[in-house]
Design a protein around this ligand. Structure first.
Ligand code: ZN
Length: 234
């Protein structure tokens, strides 16, 4: 298998299952970016960490735990946020990006950076009892074909809306499956999975390119900060 390098944005609830799975299933190198500390209240859904990690830097502990899990794996922890000014540079040299952010602005930034950098993007979102996981290839529908734009009036983050621990685990698992399929050479282009824990349903649909999508039509050519202002507030 080719020596794949994967960028994982966020090492929390979604990132934990993704990082664990990729460490043992096909990635030669993982770059992981996050700026948070491990919090005791998150341990139930951020399964990469234990009690001994509480209060410590998430990416530092993520890197240490991944190295223990897979000593042959190369891990580069980046302590910071995924921001417009460094997004494309950070993405460079990676086979794909998996996003596990807890706010919509970062999700759109990852989608835009991946498209402009011609890198496949695996993304997911979880709110309360359900969520979605989506795979965009540079020539398929993107996140903006799916959601148009960041809602300006109401941005709910996971922290505000609340999310049920196992739901995040399922969606992170779906992201991991997407990522492994991509590393195996499959093309789950525009594939969207909806998960509803209360209905007990997992449903697959395909997202088509919107003819007026600003990203797919080339209207968005760069990563201007003002497009992602909510990233700073979230
Ligand atoms: Zn699009």
């Amino acid at each position: 298998m080719e020596a794949h390098r994967v960028l994982v944005v966020g090492a929390g609830g979604l990132g934990s299952p993704v990082l664990r799975a990729l460490a043992k299933s096909g990635a030669a190198h993982i770059t992981v970016i996050d700026d948070d500390l491990v919090d005791e209240s998150n341990l139930h859904r951020q399964t990469l960490y234990g009690r001994e990690d509480v209060g410590r830097s998430k990416i530092e502990r993520a890197a240490a735990n991944l190295r223990e899990l897979a000593p042959e794996l190369s891990v580069e922890p980046v302590d910071g946020r995924f921001v417009p000014s460094t997004a494309l540079e950070l993405l460079k040299g990676h086979s794909l990006v998996v996003e596990g952010a807890d706010n919509l602005a970062t999700k759109f930034l990852v989608a835009d950076a991946a498209h402009l950098g011609a890198v496949p993007a695996v993304q997911a979102g979880a709110i309360r009892w359900g969520g979605w996981a989506f795979c965009a290839l540079p020539d398929s529908a993107c996140l903006r074909c799916l959601f148009e734009d960041i809602p300006r009036d109401r941005i709910e983050t996971c922290a505000e809306a609340g999310v049920v621990g196992p739901v995040v685990g399922v969606l992170g698992g779906l992201e991991a499956a997407f990522a492994i399929r991509l590393l195996r050479g499959e093309r789950p282009a525009g594939e969207l999975w909806h998960y509803d824990a209360l209905k007990g349903s997992l449903r697959k649909t395909f997202v088509r390119r919107r003819s007026d999508c600003p990203l797919c039509t080339g209207e968005i050519k760069d990563l201007r900060m003002e497009r992602y202002t909510a990233a700073c507030a979230a």
